[in-house]
Design a protein around this ligand. Sequence first.
Ligand SMILES: [Cu+2]
Length: 472
Amino acid sequence: MTSRRGFLSGAGLMLGAAAVSKAAVGAVPEAATQTSPLMAPPLAPSAGRPYNPVATLNGWTLPFRMKGNWKEFHLVAEPVERELAPGMKARLWGYNGQSPGPTIEVVEGDFVRIFVTNKLPEHTTIHWHGQRLPNGMDGVGGLTQPHIQPGKTFVYEFEARRPGTFMYHPHADEMVQMAMGMMGFWVTHPRDPKRVAGYQDVDRDFCFLLNAYDIEPGAAIPKVNTMLDFNLWTFNSRVFPGIDPLVCRAGDRVRIRVGNLTMTNHPIHLHGHEFVVSGTDGGWVPPGARWPEVTTDVAVGQMRALEFEATEPGDWAFHCHKSHHTMNAMGHDVPTMIGVDHKGVVDKINKLIPDYMVMSERGMADMGEMEMPLPDNTLPMMTGQGQFGPIEMGGMFTVVKVREGLGKADFKDPGPYRNPAGTVSYEWTGETLNAQRAPTSRATDINPTTGRSTGKREVILNVRKPGGHGSH
Ligand SMILES: [Cu+2]
């Protein structure tokens, strides 16, 4: 098959292989790209020291090649299209076809060479957040290196000295480039797990970044001058119900690594289990220094590794506990209408505007069910269907699905949990007592200057949700 004649005539068809073999003898390694926003199976190491690979939610791991002692990777900074959830695509900047970029996995002591090609319209750099490395490899544009101009390729070389959880992101026009989705995850596995205090092998090792965007309903490109008032809160540039579930076999020891590259903190909360924070920005936490939690705050720029035994079968919510971070973009100026009866007004408005709908007369749950007319490329504010009805979530929300009898490397969504008979909250159908109710709270009118009662008349105090999100 590989006669000289056949080889020559097949030269055109051999292009792919030729490109690989050319790369294999030198030059820049091939830059793999990913088109799917769904979780790729953990990527077992193709060479070098062994490790248990991580599972990146809605992401993938970048393949490497060995060149002598060096593990070589190629990242391409470029505009990408990212599906945030079925029904909405965003035009972001990222690496190798996706935002976030691919996860990079290496082993403590590896010599790592990363080629970075800039296909953006402006200059960039990559900062290797949390790593010990030579100062000139730290990726701070202007401070530790010249910027990487459009069309240019730079090389970063360093030894992965410390095992742990890291991130990468530009340190150039940072507010814009991170608001556009430029970031990625990095895991340095321990070379000898037994010698790293606090490190423990786990059965499933998930990772993802917290990120956020400000995309107007109907638009696809983030606003890049937003400082705090983001409206889409994402795990790895995905929102519920587009975020992969964390599928666990009952009894597994599970690690979830989280990095925060938003501009606010996120209290990350797991239902049904207690976890410990086993790793922080600086490495692994010795067992004697840990305490049990069900929520841990991940501040801006931090990485946290959470660990727990997945002993409780079920569908367990896993989410940021800021309730406006488990919602998708909305008109932020929806007033509180709880308790206000609009019926008469709506009938009149409907004569003029037939599609007009009243929202939130009884709370906002209506919006989880209603088929509201939305602009194209816009997700509902509260969405998702569970086996018992609408879930009324969005943003930073997903489900840890613990199941008996899964395969060791089975990450496939097993569908809704089948709760054993008699273990689901149920409606009381027996006799009810007449509920004793407290009288409606009232207060007398308050003089705004003195803060004292005027004693004039009674007013009902209405609870009003804050409209602005100016201080996330
Ligand atoms: Cu949050």
